[in-house]
Each structure stands twice: as C-alpha cells, then as structure tokens.
Design a protein around this ligand. Structure first.
Ligand SMILES: Nc1ncnc2c1ncn2[C@@H]1O[C@H](COP(=O)(O)OP(=O)(O)OP(=O)(O)O)[C@@H](O)[C@H]1O
Ligand SMILES: [Mg+2]
Length: 253
C-alpha cells in the first residue's frame, strides 16, 4: 500500500440543483487521524458516502488505498469500514449476536472468536450477552465501531462518531479511536465538534461552501491567526475561534 491512504481531487457532487461539493481536495496519509469539520449540511456525509462507494460523484476522482472508488469499488469496499452517522446496531440482539451476525455476513471463518476478541477490546465483555437495546449511548457507539472492524480493514470512516453522546460517552469513544489509530489504522472522521478534532486529529480540514477552505495540523491552522496580545499574555486561538473566523471571512464567496 502507498503512503497515501485516501486521495480526493476536485470532487464534485450535486443533488438536483444543489451543488454540495464544488471541487473538494483531500489527502490522508496512512495511519493518520483526519478530521473533516463542517456545519450541518456542509457535505461531510456526502463525502464519506462517495469515499465508501455508496454514492457516485459527478466529477473529480477519489481513491482509497490506491483503489479508485468508481473503477474499483469492490477493492475499496474490502479496504474500508464505515460507521455511519446513525448506529447500525440491532437493539433486539445482544452485543455478541450483533458482532457474530456481521462476521457471518462477511464470511469470516470463526465468527464467535472474532466477536469475543472485539468485545474484549472494546470493554464490552461484561455486557456481551445483554440486548444492545439496553446499552448506554457510549456503549452502543463502541459496539457500532466494533462491528465496523470485523475483518480488520486498514481504513475506517466514522461519520460523527460522538454526536448525541454525553461527555463521558464521548470520552469513551475518543479513547477507542485513539487506540485504533495507534494500531496503525487510518481514520477519517467527520465532526461538528471542534474540540473533538482538536483532541483526536493529526490533520484537520474545514469543509464549507462546498470546498475545503482550510487544511492542516492544528498548529498550522493556529498560525493562520496571530495570537491576540492581552497584557503580555499570549492567547492561542481555540480551534473554535479559528473555525468561526475562517467561515466568517469566507462567507459570501
Ligand atoms: N440524497 C439526497 N438528495 C438530496 N439532497 C441531499 C441528499 N443527500 C444530501 N443532500 C443535501 O446535501 C447537503 C449536504 O448533506 P450532508 O448530509 O452531506 O451534510 P453533512 O455535512 O453530513 O451534515 P450533518 O452535519 O447534518 O450530518 C444538504 O443540503 C443535504 O440536504
Ligand atoms: Mg452528516
């Protein structure tokens, strides 16, 4: 596999008269956590759907692990997992049953063993035989992420992994994501939470008005804005301030 895990060039997508993506460029290196930030309706889910072959772009190119999403969708599907914006967990089944089901669907040779090792890894062993419908938000999200890891794909997409979670649930999921990244998986996550990007991401891209209007490490983004001087105390801008300032600046373009 090349050093570049995800490459997106001039990606375009419209829904009827609405131009959602107007030429998006993204590059994610192997092993990186990449955060795609944007407000509601910015096109984050649309981008993730195109990258995971669920949606066809109107123009531009996108590849994952060197495979083109349009010409080699099967290869892309084998290289990725997707945890969608809304949990795919079946509340009637237990945590273990959910995992075994996915492993069987993916024709994994030992579904029970795969399920058990994921339950262990995600701290769900004690809850394994309880219906998933009784799990807390954080546990459900962890199970959801665990389900997407059946088959150990090298690239994972997490669409708003912590939306709707309380601070504790969010911390649990952050920990999970950090552990995944340290095991060498490439992660592209979308979020509306600036703190989430600040906490997790090696690289951050801001999607606004159909384009990536800022892109880089947190340090690089901070450099776009000179620190405010207040009586000799240097104040670093928060990502939230950077985000709002960039959006404000570009509004109307
Ligand atoms: N299948 C569709 N048909 C028509 N319009 C769509 C479709 N999917 C998305 N859109 C529109 O495209 C725009 C981008 O939607 P998208 O879901 O990608 O945004 P998002 O950044 O994921 O937002 P959110 O933070 O609310 O999840 C929105 O205006 C949405 O209404
Ligand atoms: Mg979305």
């Amino acid at each position: 596999m090349t050093e570049t895990a995800i490459q997106v060039k001039d990606l375009r997508k419209s829904f009827k008269d609405t131009e959602v993506l107007k030429g998006v460029d993204i590059e994610v290196r192997r092993g990186e956590i990449f955060a795609l930030l944007g407000s509601n309706g910015a096109g984050k889910t649309t981008t993730v759907k195109i990258l995971s072959t669920l949606l066809r772009p109107d123009g531009g190119t996108a590849s994952v692990c060197g495979f083109d999403v349009q010409r080699q969708p099967g290869k892309v599907q084998q290289s990725i997992s997707l945890t969608g914006q809304f949990a795919a967990v079946d509340g009637i089944l237990t945590g273990r049953e959910n995992l075994v089901l996915i492993a069987k669907l993916r024709s994994i040779s030992d579904p029970a063993q795969v399920a058990d090792s994921l339950l262990e890894r995600f701290g769900l062993r004690d809850a394994a035989n309880r219906r998933a419908g009784t799990y807390s938000g954080g546990m459900t999200r962890r199970l959801d992420i665990a389900m997407s890891l059946v088959g150990t794909p090298p690239v994972i997409f997490l669409d708003e992994p912590t939306t709707g979670l309380d601070p504790e649930g969010r911390l649990e999921v952050w920990k999970t994501i950090k552990e995944l990244a340290s095991s060498g998986v490439t992660i592209l996550l979308t979020t509306q939470y600036l703190e989430e990007a600040e906490q997790l991401a090696d690289k951050i891209a801001i999607l606004h008005g159909g384009k990536i209007i800022a892109n880089g490490t947190l340090e690089e983004l901070k450099k776009l804005f000179p620190p405010a001087q207040v009586e000799y105390i240097e104040k670093q801008p928060s990502l939230e301030e950077i985000f709002l300032a960039i959006i404000g600046k570009k509004e109307g373009n």
